[in-house]
Every structure is written in structure tokens, then in C-alpha cells.
Write a protein that binds this ligand. Structure first.
Ligand code: PHE
Length: 478
């Protein structure tokens, strides 16, 4: 395998930040409250947490393993590993080679509708700079949302600008572009979320919203809630479609991927939960329905800022950070397409980025225009936007995730998987680390690391495929 020309992330913090940058985004602040609101609040949260913990981290590891082992984009990764995994090293092509294509297709479709809402964040940043929310009541803020999203060209301009911004960063390459952006402002987002939580919880009537989000009614858990939580978890952690295979391919062979995967899962889940704690108490306090869907975050948050001292600045900083969090996610989506096009078709990064951006823009425009009232862009009563969202989160990502865990658990050799998971310190058959490794990295590759690696391997091999398959099939039979 030719690894010489590929860039790597510059540091341990670089991987965590880039992966967290991919994970944190609209999925946490916009989509999570939407899904939780529509699926019974706390019942959804419980299922979500269980899935994030039990399936999220192992699947993230599975993707890192595929990426780092192959040093390739998702399409090349499955092709290379499929060949080397065949017993006796014989080149026996299996259908798994198609999984990479599925991932790239998912990245393309997600990017198309994701940039619709990404454009809104840019528009809302403009609105907060111009002080459009000042002195408005709920009806005024709701009206602003529908005026903005149904405007004939403004959301398209914002979407185009966002795509362009993404393309520019991606063209500059992994280290200069992606890593630098992710490192700077992610932690700040966490701080502002905590400030917002405090404000939201002190609003009158906040308790009812908090109860909705935190006190589960287990009878509400059905097949629909399960698949929505699974899809949301995959979407939020950027798993099941190849983004983390691509990022995994840039991870240095000495980095401890396991601790990165655990840290990112925890950080992402924390931000989603914080978003719920900000949005539901505030929404109940203002009389906004938790099932309000697309408008939930975009009406509740400006209302919270209205009630705060220094609300103008908080609002501005919040939307600026949201734009950046969103950008680090769109970067990771476009990177999947660019890595695949440039490596598989031997195109330059610039050319690949242009093709990826134009292709995305064509579908993305349809998603954005489908928000216009009376738009013909409805298929079977659903907007193109919702159709893309459902097709990816409820079908493509769960199927992609299932195939990824099956590939790592059953097609790849156990020794290769464990070798990646423990950075070459795994000794086959003994279940322990190789002797003589105690001096090189005694603490990072401890017995605990070894045991955790074994546990994750078993989850990848048995629990994750069974759980994903059951959830997926149960909703099909619903
Ligand atoms: N995880 C991102 C978010 O939560 C969205 C995303 C999905 C990014 C898939 C990359 C791949 O906003």
C-alpha cells in the first residue's frame, strides 16, 4: 500500500478535534431537538443514550480501523481490505466492496440537504448582526423564520455561500484546512451551550419542558422511536457512511484511536443533551410545540436570547459558533467525496472539490426550494428535504453501519482488527499485550486498554449487528 503521499493529522488533539468537528453540528443543535420533540422527549433520549454508548463508539472504532488500516478513501478502503482479508490472502472479491460506494452516495445526499440548514445558520448570523430579533415577540420570530425559509432566493444564496466556504477549506487539504478550523472554536461552543442552559432553566414554566425531556414514559418507546434514535445517533456521530473511514485514513499509526472515539462520543452526546436542556424548557416556557420540527431551534433560541442581558452579543456569538460547527461537519462530508474522487479517478483535489460541490449544489437547491409553500418539490406528500433526510438517516446510514460492523467483525481477520485497535501491541491467542511493550507505551496500552479493545471487538462482531438489524427490520415491519 502506498502511504507515502497521504497527509496525516498533525497531533492527537488534531484527530479528536477534527472528528469532534465532524460530529458536532446541526445534528446536535437542530436535528436532535427536532427528533426528540417528535418522538416523546425523554423516551427518545433514553434510547438515544443507550445506542450512543453501546453502538456509537464501537462503530466509530470500526470505521477508524478500516480507514487507518487501508489508508484509503471508503471505496478504496473496502476494495483493499476485502482483498487482504480473504483467507490465505487470495483475492476473492466479496459484495463488501460495494459498501464504500454506498458511503460516498450517503455523503453526497447528506451534504445536499445539510447545506440547506447550513445556509439558514449563515442567514441567521446575518440577522443577529443586523439585530433583527430585538424587540420581537414569538409571532414575529416565527414569521421571520417562515419568511426567510420561503424567500425565493435568499436561502439559496446562503446555501451557495456555505458550500463555497466548505469547498475552499477542503481544497486546502487536511492539515491546513480541516484540522486548524476544528481546533479553534469547538470548546467555545460548549461554553456557550452551558450559559444558554442556565438561562433557559430559569425561565418561568421551564420545569414542564425539563420533565418532557428528562422524565421518560417507557410506554412511548416503539419501533418508530428506536429507528429515529438510531438514525439520529448515526447522523450525529457521523457514522455509518464513511466520513470517519476517511478521517481514520489520516490518523497516525501510533495514535490511540480508542480514546479519541470515546472522547468524541461523549462530547457529542453532551452537546446534544445540552441542546435539549436549552430548547425544551424554553420552548415550553414560550408556548412553542416540541413537535414544531424545522422551526424549533430557529424560533426557540432567538427567543431565549431576547430574554437575556447582553442577548444581542450572545446571539451573535452563538450563531457564529453554530456556523463554524456546521462548517466543520460539511467539510467532513465533502472530504469523503473529494478523497474518493481524487483517489479513485486520479483527479486533483481542486478538481474533485469542484465536481463534488457542483453535484451537491444541484440536489441541494431542490432541498432548499422544497420549503417554499406550494412548492411542487414534494414527493408522496413529503418535501425533497425530508425525503433526503429520512432516506439517509433511516435507511442508508443504518444499512451502511450494519455492513461496516459485519465487515470488521466477520470479514477482516481478528488479529488485524486487534492490531489496529491496540496499535500493534496485540498478541494473538493470549488475549494480552505482546511482551516487551511495557516500556514503549506502558500506560497508553495497559491491560485496561486491552480489555476494552476486546469488549469493543465483541460488540462489533455480535451485539452491534444484531441490534442494528433488529431495529431496522422492526421498523420495516411496523
Ligand atoms: N454529525 C454531523 C452533525 O451532527 C452531521 C454529519 C453526518 C457529518 C454525517 C458528517 C457525516 O451535524
Amino acid at each position: 500500500m502506498d502511504n507515502t503521499k497521504r497527509e496525516n493529522f498533525g497531533s492527537k488533539l488534531g484527530i479528536i478535534m477534527a472528528t469532534a468537528g465532524s460530529a458536532l453540528g446541526l445534528g446536535n443543535i437542530y436535528r436532535f431537538p427536532c427528533e426528540a420533540g417528535a418522538n416523546g422527549g425523554a423516551a427518545f433520549l433514553i434510547v438515544y443514550l443507550a445506542i450512543a454508548l453501546l453502538i456509537g463508539t464501537p462503530l466509530m472504532m470500526a470505521e477508524f480501523i478500516i480507514g487507518r488500516r487501508s489508508r484509503s478513501n471508503p471505496i478504496g478502503a473496502f476494495r483493499k481490505l476485502d482483498k487482504t482479508s480473504a483467507e490465505g490472502g487470495k483475492a476473492r472479491k466479496s459484495p463488501f466492496t460495494l459498501v464504500g460506494y454506498l458511503g460516498v452516495l450517503s455523503a453526497f445526499l447528506i451534504l445536499a440537504f445539510y447545506t440547506t440548514v447550513a445556509g439558514w445558520t449563515l442567514g441567521y448570523l446575518g440577522k443577529s448582526i443586523a439585530g433583527h430579533f430585538g424587540g420581537q415577540d414569538l409571532a414575529g420570530i416565527q414569521q421571520q423564520f417562515s419568511d426567510f425559509t420561503s424567500h425565493p432566493w435568499l436561502p439559496l444564496v446562503c446555501q451557495g455561500a456555505f458550500l463555497l466556504l466548505t469547498a475552499v477549506v477542503v481544497m486546502r487539504g487536511v492539515k491546513d484546512g480541516i484540522e486548524r478550523w476544528s481546533k479553534i472554536l469547538m470548546p467555545l461552543l460548549l461554553v456557550i451551550m452551558v450559559v444558554l442552559c442556565i438561562k433557559s432553566l430559569t425561565l418561568s414554566g421551564a420545569n414542564e419542558g425539563l420533565r418532557f425531556f428528562l422524565k421518560p414514559d417507557f410506554s412511548k418507546i416503539d419501533a418508530g422511536v428506536l429507528i429515529s434514535a438510531l438514525g439520529q445517533c448515526f447522523f450525529s456521530l457521523s457514522i455509518g457512511m464513511g466520513a470517519l473511514i476517511t478521517y481514520g485514513s489520516y490518523i497516525d499509526k501510533n495514535d490511540n484511536m480508542l480514546s479519541s472515539a470515546v472522547s468524541v462520543t461523549l462530547a457529542d452526546t453532551l452537546v446534544a443533551v445540552l441542546a435539549g436542556i436549552v430548547i425544551f424548557p424554553a420552548a415550553f416556557s414560550f408556548g412553542i410545540q416540541p413537535e414544531a420540527g424545522a422551526s424549533l431551534a430557529f424560533t426557540t433560541l432567538p427567543m431565549v436570547f431576547q430574554q437575556m442581558t447582553g442577548g444581542y452579543f450572545f446571539c451573535l456569538i452563538f450563531f457564529l459558533l453554530l456556523v463554524i460547527a456546521t462548517l466543520t461537519s460539511t467539510i467532513s462530508l465533502l472530504e469523503v467525496i473529494v478523497a474518493a474522487l481524487s483517489e479513485e479517478l486520479h483527479l486533483s483535489r481542486t478538481r474533485a472539490a469542484i465536481i463534488g460541490t457542483v453535484g451537491t449544489a444541484i440536489i441541494g437547491v431542490l432541498a432548499t426550494l422544497s420549503f417554499r409553500p406550494g412548492s411542487p418539490l414534494h414527493i408522496g406528500g413529503t418535501t425533497v428535504f425530508d425525503l433526503l433526510d429520512h432516506a439517509t438517516a433511516m435507511y442508508l446510514m443504518p444499512i451502511g453501519g450494519l455492513l461496516i460492523v459485519l465487515f470488521v467483525g466477520w470479514r477482516m481477520k481478528r488479529a488485524d482488527v486487534m492490531d489496529e485497535m491496540t496499535n500493534g501491541k496485540w498478541k494473538e491467542n493470549s488475549g494480552k499485550m505482546k511482551e516487551g511493550c511495557t516500556t514503549a507505551a506502558p500506560r497508553r496500552h495497559s491491560t485496561f486498554h486491552s480489555q476494552l479493545s476486546t469488549l469493543i471487538y465483541l460488540i462489533i462482531r455480535y451485539l452491534a449487528p444484531v441490534a442494528i438489524a433488529i431495529i431496522f427490520i422492526s421498523q420495516l415491519l411496523k
